[in-house]
Design a protein around this ligand. Structure first.
Ligand SMILES: NC(=O)c1ccc[n+]([C@@H]2O[C@H](COP(=O)([O-])OP(=O)(O)OC[C@H]3O[C@@H](n4cnc5c(N)ncnc54)[C@H](OP(=O)(O)O)[C@@H]3O)[C@@H](O)[C@H]2O)c1
Length: 264
């Protein structure tokens, strides 16, 4: 299926690894010119080169920037004043005890997971509305609607993204611009794989066996009993960016392996 994304310009934040990289690859596969982002310039350049060699008809570019910093965001806006697609993927997460989370940590999570994404949306939405085409996707989490209690500082920020997405969607009435949120469940980014490996030190079993045990012990409510593959999120994101997904408006879209037990 041709998703109609050829020559669209797509900024995917946090796209040198994990879910963000998978989204960038799926967009490039559909002919989009992806702007690769991360804080490490060389790592971004490596990803750009990898995408260029796999999808030579596209023009991936280096958008290295620490998007939590207002000054860095402004430099990014000067370099890339207009885009068609913004995927606000970058986010931090860590298991923390509620008692250990001080104001500084709450603020750090708010700035990183909410204000950075909001800053980008605020800058790019007006030009999308002006050109009558645009896609903004926020990557939240199943924890946005089903906080596990294991990382309150994270869940709060992901719930906020759902609200922000709907508020922004209200500004798109009558336009070919959409704002939506994807809520992935536990997904096997390199970071998550390392976290799991660290939970089983001195254990010679192959990863899939550790994964199986982890699922049974820690995530029995998952209906797929495996981690979601980043490509599964990438394919969904590419569809949501396509012109065929115009009717998704301010929607929180679950791709959680069945983690959330309710219908809505
Ligand atoms: N993995 C899961 O199980 C899961 C489940 C639900 C939702 N999510 C959400 O999905 C998103 C991606 O998760 P992931 O596991 O794929 O993440 P990840 O593997 O930790 O990847 C993080 C990416 O963000 C970049 N990054 C970090 N801080 C940055 C900053 N300040 N400015 C620009 N780039 C920055 C990293 O590159 P540098 O470090 O070089 O900057 C890297 O490219 C997050 O929002 C997360 O909350 C993940």
């Amino acid at each position: 299926m041709d998703m109609g994304l050829s020559n669209k310009t797509a900024l995917v934040t946090g796209s040198t690894r994990g879910i963000g990289k998978a989204i960038a690859i799926e967009l490039a596969k559909e002919g989009a010119n992806v702007l690769i982002n991360g804080r490490d310039h060389d790592e971004v350049e490596r990803t750009v080169n990898e995408i260029k060699s796999n999808f030579p008809a596209t023009f991936p570019q280096n958008a290295a920037s620490d998007i939590v910093s207002i000054q860095h965001r402004e430099a990014l806006f000067c370099k890339f004043p207009t885009i068609d697609i913004l995927v606000n993927n970058m986010g931090i997460y860590e298991v923390m005890q509620y008692e250990d989370i001080d104001d500084e940590i709450w603020e750090h999570y708010f700035r990183t997971n909410v204000l950075a994404a909001n800053g980008l949306a605020k800058f790019y939405l007006p030009s999308m509305l002006k050109h009558d085409f645009g896609r903004i996707i926020f990557i939240a989490s199943e924890e946005a609607i089903m906080p596990s209690g294991l990382m309150p500082q994270y869940c709060m920020t992901k719930s906020m993204l759902l609200s922000l997405s709907k508020s922004l969607s209200k500004l798109t009435i009558g336009k070919e611009v959409t704002v939506n949120t994807i809520m992935p469940g536990p997904t096997l980014s390199e970071n998550v794989q390392q976290i799991i490996e660290d939970m089983y030190p001195n254990d010679d079993r192959i990863f899939s066996e550790k994964e199986k045990e982890f699922m049974t012990t820690n995530l029995p409510q998952s209906e797929i009993q495996r981690f979601i593959k980043p490509i599964e999120i990438g394919k969904l994101a590419a569809f949501l960016c396509s012109p065929y997904a115009s009717a998704f408006r301010g929607s929180p879209i679950r791709v959680d392996g069945g983690m959330v037990p309710t219908i809505f």
